[in-house]
Design a protein around this ligand. Structure first.
Ligand code: HEC
Length: 115
């Protein structure tokens, strides 16, 4: 049984509970996990699987509005480790990036629960 669980775990096996704490300390200042609630940044409800820059009631920069991708876990990994350099040079998200890979996996596991 245990072996089955390990084998079935996704490639990035973060801990969503730990990720909720990372979210609180790193992201909650600017983002709400609740649907329809924008702060300085857009709501992150349903972010995994959502098209970049797609909330109708949030005023994105062109960098995000014109971004051609859907936010997958891998895409979020790249963006959140270095928002300004990697995925999106024009973004106004003033966040230097999370360089702890374990925390990043936990955070993304948490973001994936926001549906
Ligand atoms: C200082 C404020 C601030 C912090 C801290 C911050 N963000 Fe943002 N975030 C923004 C802003 C502003 C935007 C919109 C950027 C734009 O339009 O270019 C944004 C955009 C995003 C987007 C794109 C959303 C979409 O609809 O395409 C994601 C994903 C995101 N942030 C995740 C995070 C996560 C996860 C954290 C914590 C690790 C975080 N952000 C920390 C302000 C912030």
């Amino acid at each position: 049984m245990l072996i089955w669980l390990v084998a079935a775990a996704p490639a990035r096996a973060g801990d969503p509970q730990a990720g909720a704490n990372v979210f609180k300390s790193e992201c909650a200042e600017c983002h709400s996990p609740k649907e329809g609630r924008n702060k300085k940044g857009p709501s992150l409800f349903g972010i995994v699987g959502r098209h970049a820059g797609s909330l109708p009631d949030y005023n994105y920069t062109d960098a995000l509005k014109q971004a051609p991708w859907v936010w997958t876990e891998d895409k979020l990994h790249g963006y959140l480790s270095q928002p300004a350099r990697q995925a999106n040079p024009g973004t106004r998200m003033k966040y230097p990036g999370l360089d702890d890979a374990g925390q990043l996996d936990d955070l993304i596991a948490y973001l994936a629960t926001l549906h």
